[in-house]
Design a protein around this ligand. Structure first.
Ligand code: MG
Length: 315
């Protein structure tokens, strides 16, 4: 493969990987680790069980995580960079449509829904963000790491991209860690360097957050049961993001295993697996994912197209 071909493949791999993780993980969203172990690991697409937020979606269909990630990518492409007003306008419109749709309204998280209501009532994006440190801005942040090639710019724009919906230190640190992790993986950095860079930049916004990214790497050889209990798997950014970094670190050269571990972590599995998928795709490229996952994903060609445009416009 040419250098350009390889680079395009990590862009598409990152966004398609995130969508694959999300679509697989929705089957366990809100399910406890104990219940997952009782019924056995999920490793292929299927419907989410009754009571899960994504119960009305079909197999291979992704959730709000990927929808928001696509919006962020489209905004970056249209504005030739991150524009908070444009992105907030897109989120507000998307949210109004999603929350009026019976099959999707349960998917929108607490911070996003409160921010969407505020934005749609005319409140500025500077004031609309929730103070709850949930993971909604981390789960969608990958395109920032694709668009910007300079780590300083990745960090600053990832932080800003969180503000319209998630304006807390923990959530901002989460968005920074994910976007920086994606850029470092694309650049082919070794795992300890990826961890060091992601945690150091996240620490500027929330020191404890950065420490937890380092911890997720240090305990990567410990068993998932103990690690997920220790790191946490709730929708809080300082649980989902470190748990995703653990899956990525534990199976650094085995992306399929990394995603399966994330899908079955318990708790906010769609977001944990979405972030894991973005990191794995950014490192390995789209060819690293099994064909059954690529073929079964809804809108795969559209997501590849968007990722290709981010590649063309990246700076
Ligand atoms: Mg979701």
């Amino acid at each position: 493969m040419t250098h350009a071909g390889k680079l395009r493949s990590v862009y598409t791999g990152c966004m398609v990987g995130a969508a694959i993780g999300d679509a697989l993980g929705k089957q366990n969203e809100g399910v406890s680790r104990k219940d997952i172990l009782n019924k056995g690991y999920i490793n292929d697409y299927g419907k989410a069980p009754e009571g899960c937020p994504g119960e009305k979606l079909s197999a291979g269909q992704y959730t709000d995580d990927t929808e928001q990630m696509i919006l962020l990518a489209q905004s970056l492409i249209e504005c030739s960079g991150f524009d908070a007003f444009d992105f907030a306008t897109k989120i507000a419109h998307w949210g109004a449509v999603a929350m009026a749709d019976p099959s999707r309204k349960e998917l929108v998280g607490p911070s996003s829904s409160s921010a969407i209501a505020k934005l749609n009532s005319g409140i500025s994006w500077k004031e609309s963000g929730s103070s709850l440190p949930s993971c909604g801005s981390a789960m969608r942040a990958a395109p920032i790491g694709l668009f910007y090639r300079n780590l300083e710019e990745v960090e600053i724009n990832a932080a800003l991209s969180s503000v319209p919906t998630h304006n807390s230190n923990g959530a901002i640190a989460g968005a920074v860690a994910v976007a920086v992790g994606v850029r470092c993986a694309i650049d082919g950095m070794a795992l300890p360097e990826i961890i060091k860079e992601s945690s150091a930049r996240a620490s500027k916004y929330d020191e404890g957050f950065g420490d937890k990214i380092v911890l997720s790497f240090k305990i990567r050889d410990e068993e998932p049961d103990e690690v997920f209990a220790r790191l946490g798997t709730s929708y809080l950014a300082d649980e989902t993001v470190p748990s995703a970094f653990y899956c990525f670190s534990r199976y650094f050269d085995e992306p399929e295993k990394a995603i399966i571990e994330a899908v079955n972590a318990g708790g906010d599995t769609d977001s944990i697996a979405c972030i894991t998928g973005a990191l794995c795709g950014a490192r390995h490229g789209i060819g690293a994912f099994p064909e059954r996952w690529r073929e079964g994903l809804e809108n795969r060609e559209f997501i590849e197209h968007i990722a290709g445009m981010l590649y063309e416009k990246s700076m």
